[in-house]
Design a protein around this ligand. Sequence first.
Ligand SMILES: Cc1cc2nc3c(=O)[nH]c(=O)nc-3n(C[C@H](O)[C@H](O)[C@H](O)COP(=O)(O)O)c2cc1C
Length: 386
Amino acid sequence: MPAFGSSVVNVSDLRERARRRLPRMVFDYLDGGAETERTLRENVRAYSDVLLRPRSAELVPSVDLGTTVLGHEIAVPFLFAPIGSSRMFWPRAEAEASSAAGKAGTVYILSTLSGTRLEEVKAATSGPCWFQLYLCGGRDVALGGIARAAAAGYSTLVVTIDTPVAGLRERDVRNGTRELLSGNPLKMLPHLPQILARPRWLYDFFADGGLMSFPNILLPDGPMQYADVGAALEAAAVSWADLSWIREAWSGPIVVKGIHTADDARRAVDEGAGAVIVSNHGGRQLDGVAPTLKILPEVVAAVGDRTEVLFDGGIRRGSDIVKALALGARATLLGRGYAYGLAAGGEAGATRAAEIFRADLIRTMKLLGCASVGELTSDYLSIPPG
Ligand SMILES: Cc1cc2nc3c(=O)[nH]c(=O)nc-3n(C[C@H](O)[C@H](O)[C@H](O)COP(=O)(O)O)c2cc1C
């Protein structure tokens, strides 16, 4: 297990460790966004527009970071977001990440596009697991995944609605990601040098089974193969009408992920969502949409009294989480914030990421003079007009 000493102080340090360990095409898959990457950058930058307003000389000897999401008590106000193909970052990465989430006292959300069997991922954690659903392979295949997730003890289904097609991730196209994972030697050849430049990663990847398939998407002829992802997502677009059969198939709570507007949030709640996630998929889908922090207040105003509003996008520091909570989010999701750690060092790296966020949160709350995340309100913020 890699050691993470004082050279890893923040999430940027984990990102740099991940960059040095991964082949370019894997790092860019994790780090990159759609088209001009404007929304990816704005998600991160938006936090600097919102300033903190502390209450000085308020003594806060201890800080309560705990909250509840859909009835689960969690020790920290962040969950681990679904990250497809995590297995490219580290062997059995989804199970390593779920273990780290459990040790941090929080929820792990497993993507349908996981390289590790969902049963193994659930067994690896002491905490709750949610299953994020794509309809890859059609309704019957999805129903098979839903039934397996329920049998394995997943408590909540997360339906992602912002992926009617995969966004254009230009870095992936340039790096030949699809060709490299096609298994076709002729197509792979021109893109191989970036892989051969990372022999340690290559060894780990092959020791873990090599080329990716998706064991939780069982097509009639076996697990879906990696090269099919783009086409499979395009054929798997979720519409509001799908929510009714999904609701019938799943007896637990349903969370709708990918909310950009108050109208869609209301619609999701009307369709029976137990929570919504304000998310633009980390700037990987429609480039040019507003940063999520900017639309959070409108969604909270629209549905905050009827449902739990969760939030993700651009969170790289504990103070970012504080700002989202103060704007009304019930809890946040970390995407790249933990995945850089996972890619840098498997479970130890994801755990280091969670520790960094936890320590940031405690320090920021003490400096703010606020003793519990439940007490955060916009009074602790200075928000620019508009
Ligand atoms: C490499 C990568 C893969 C992702 N895969 C999925 C996925 O399979 N399903 C999903 O709903 N969201 C997926 N997301 C989006 C995340 O769940 C989350 O919304 C986003 O990463 C939050 O933004 P952040 O990375 O800036 O924190 C992915 C994000 C990344 C970075």
